[in-house]
Ligand binder design. Structure first.
Ligand code: GZL
Length: 365
């Protein structure tokens, strides 16, 4: 089997911060070799380097080495890395994620090929096959879905191409089908969102969930974390509505328009990403509601959403840190040198509420 590196945290408590990252607001959507010489972070984003990431070697739990996995050592410096992005870069999460990968490739002087699947899974599979055909020696993939990767895994294995997946988990076996997995702790995000919802509502009332897109672990885990926490800590809060907004602003708005028609007295809305949360705010504005009439909690940490905390429309935002560049390349570097990496390391997430939204706005992406 060939090295496929995917890294996921088992617990924030065991992670050591390593390095600082910056993100760059860029858009790309084609397969090409990147020359990032013109991609200089703006001054404010350089100042935003307060985010810290875990180090692959510092994670807890089971580890993996190239010997155990059965790949070949290679010099990352002289390699070509292919990056496959899943969703179109209208969502700031995706823009910041791609920017972080590009910035780290540039910093390490590594040639980068990129592709964007425009939120179509079949295109992502062909994108990755295309990156391999264009000569990528290693792949970084932000998977749209958790299942359906077998064709890519087979092609990469046949050519001994290590894969790192970032932000969503693929259903495969650590240190067999892949080496390590990188992502946030999405169950933890759901729990933290529930805590903010309980605080905002006083733990009583009827709440709705705008679910993320189906078919990936992010939606299932953010929902599980939230529902379990509400059940544990606030029996007075009843979840009376759940519907997917597909992680999209427009759908988040249309679903919320229907919600407030059917449940005009809704107390709070948990949106599983900022884009849907902003759509919900737009729906409430359209219905003549005032800031704070409905308590909204979202996940991602985009600048637009954190600004809505300042403006009073959103009560809290849990960050889902997209700045995977340093951790993805460090994982590949450590692994391809023959050193061990943890099978599970997760990127550190911060959060925003009324108390820090204004002061930390520049840390949002
Ligand atoms: C989380 C990522 C999610 C973001 C959404 O790691 O997969 O997908 O939270 C995005 O904004 O659509």
């Amino acid at each position: 089997m060939k090295p496929i590196a995917v890294v996921r945290r088992t617990s924030a408590r065991h992670l050591l911060a390593a390095g600082l990252v910056t993100s760059l607001a860029l858009a790309t959507g084609c397969t090409k070799s990147e020359d990032d010489s013109d991609n200089k972070p703006s001054a404010s984003q350089q100042d935003d380097a307060g985010q810290v990431v875990a180090s692959p070697a510092a994670g807890s739990g089971p580890t993996c080495t190239i010997d155990a996995y059965g790949g070949q050592k290679l010099d990352l410096k002289g390699a070509t890395v292919g990056f496959s992005q899943s969703e179109k870069e209208a969502n700031p999460f995706r823009i910041a994620e791609t920017a972080s990968i590009k910035a780290e490739a540039k910093k390490r002087g590594i040639k980068l090929l990129t592709a964007n699947a425009q939120s179509q899974f079949s295109k992502q599979i062909s994108d990755v096959q295309d990156l391999i055909a264009k000569g990528a020696n290693l792949l970084v993939i932000a998977p749209l879905n958790s299942d359906g990767w077998e064709p890519v895994l087979r092609t990469a294995a046949a050519k001994h191409i290590p894969i790192v997946t970032i932000d969503r988990k693929i259903n495969a076996t650590a240190c067999k089908d892949y080496v390590s997995f990188i992502g946030s702790d999405f169950v933890e995000q759901g729990k933290r969102a529930a805590d903010q919802m309980i605080e905002a509502t006083g733990g009583n009332g009827e709440i709705a969930i705008l679910l993320g897109a189906a078919g990936n672990n992010v939606t299932t885990e953010r929902t599980k974390g939230f529902e379990d926490r509400i059940k544990e800590k606030a029996p007075g809060l009843k979840i009376v509505f759940k519907q997917t907004g597909d992680f999209a602003r427009e759908k988040g708005q249309s679903v919320t328009e229907n919600l407030i028609q059917s449940k005009p007295g809704i107390t709070g809305i948990y949106a599983e990403n900022d884009e849907m949360g902003i759509g919900a705010v737009n729906a409430l504005k359209g219905a003549g509601k005032k800031p704070g009439d409905v308590k909204i909690v979202t996940v991602d940490g985009t600048r637009n959403a954190v600004q809505q905390i300042v403006d009073g429309w959103i009560s809290g935002v849990i960050e889902s840190n997209p700045r995977f560049g340093p951790l993805a390349f460090q994982t590949l570097d450590t692994f391809t040198k023959g050193d061990k990496v943890s099978q599970d390391i997760v990127i550190k997430d911060s959060s925003y509420s009324k108390s820090n939204a204004q002061s930390d706005l520049n840390k949002a992406y």
